[in-house]
Ligand binder design. Structure first.
Ligand code: NAD
Length: 339
């Protein structure tokens, strides 16, 4: 695996690839020596050298650089994992999709929330009909704003909606299917291209089925607790999760019985870490296994939903979405489309 980038999320991917047992090489504009030392990774001297020596590229760089590295990796015939959002714009996602088809390689976006156990259990329950027909879906995601400056330049990151809320926009569509309209509000708004460092946004998705999803995202000041929740109701039941209430029992037990900072005597949970589960799913697909839980088309449509939400927040009006027009419909992967 060739890891591109050596910042916050690259470290998480490096640890996951190590758990999987992948032979990993890193190249980055900055930070590669430190990351390589931390995880015992090999280093490449340039992007081209990295590509030449690997089977799979894993792109963990700032969002605006995704499209360039994706296209160069695809054109070199490499399968690619790329962090969400797959690209900064839908137009770029179209280019990536066309290139992947032309070169016969697979590209998967890092919509890791699909691999968090609580969210995966929700999706399984909804698919099994446990709540009947989904009707009203609520998702929240809040935490301190990210560290690097590029996140606060809307042209680069797409702001809170594309960078953070894209996770739950994808969740909503995964559970309740195709989206036909988006309405959004953000406070404070993006001003002269600058994304506020403390900001809240609300996005309402109307699904083709008639179901409504309400997604709230928050970037708060340093030290803000990271929390997520969902509350999903249907014709036959309701499922709720709140990270503030439903703590991981094994972790609490270990801290309680052994003491903070002491290595746990409990079995390692690395095998169920969502980032590892995600990369394992992608690696199996690259090796000829079944398609993973998320497709390039899902990633492209998530970007389209975020673009529509941005337009709605800017204009104050609902924005119609035509999912089949995001990519040419022949390219939509039924296995990866909405459940
Ligand atoms: N799935 C998740 O949970 C999750 C979490 C955080 C970030 N992300 C996504 O991952 C991507 C990276 O975010 P991050 O928080 O790691 O950013 P970061 O700023 O912490 O790190 C970026 C890294 O890329 C390097 N870099 C910057 N520009 C480059 C370029 N043009 N070419 C090569 N290397 C370059 C930097 O030196 C740095 O090592 C973003 O798209 C972000 O949205 C996903």
């Amino acid at each position: 695996v060739g890891l591109v980038g050596a910042g916050g999320i690259a470290g998480v991917h490096a640890a996951a690839w190590q758990t999987i047992g992948a032979d990993t090489t890193v190249w980055s504009e900055a930070g590669a020596p430190e990351l390589a030392a931390r995880f015992g990774l090999a280093r490449a001297g340039s992007f081209d050298e990295l590509v030449a020596g690997v089977d799979v590229l894993d792109i963990c760089t700032p969002t605006p650089s995704h499209v360039g590295y994706l296209l160069r990796g695809i054109e070199a015939g490499r399968h690619v994992v790329c962090e969400k959002p797959i690209t900064r714009t839908v137009a770029e996602a179209r280019l990536v999709h066309a290139a992947a088809r032309a070169h016969g390689v697979a590209v998967y976006p890092g919509h890791v929330v699909r691999y968090f156990p609580e969210y995966a259990a929700l999706a399984d329950a909804v698919t099994a009909g446990r709540i009947g027909t989904p009707a009203v879906l609520r998702f929240t995601r809040a935490g301190q704003a990210p560290a690097s400056d590029w996140f606060f330049d809307h042209a680069q990151s797409g702001g809170l909606v594309l960078d953070q809320m894209v996770h739950d926009l994808d969740q909503a569509r995964w559970l309740a299917g195709e989206v036909v309209e988006v309405f959004a509000a953000q406070n404070p708004p993006v001003s002269a291209g600058a994304v506020p460092r403390s900001v809240v946004a609300h996005v309402v998705l109307t699904h083709r089925s008639g179901a409504l999803s309400m997604v709230q995202g928050v970037w708060g000041p340093p030290g803000s607790e990271f929390t997520t929740s969902f509350d999903v109701s249907g014709s036959a039941g309701r499922l709720q999760y709140d990270s503030r209430l439903h703590r991981d029992l094994a972790v609490d037990l270990a801290v309680e019985l052994v003491g903070p900072g002491t290595p746990s005597y409990l079995p390692t949970t690395a095998g169920t870490d969502p980032y590892t589960a995600q990369l394992r799913d992608f690696a199996a697909a690259f090796a000829g296994g079944p398609p993973p839980r998320v497709s390039l088309a899902d990633g492209a449509i998530a970007v389209a939903l975020a673009e529509a939400a941005d337009e709605s927040a800017r204009t104050g009006r609902p924005v119609a979405v035509d999912e089949s027009a995001v990519l040419d419909s022949a390219g939509l992967d039924p296995a990866g489309a909405a459940r």
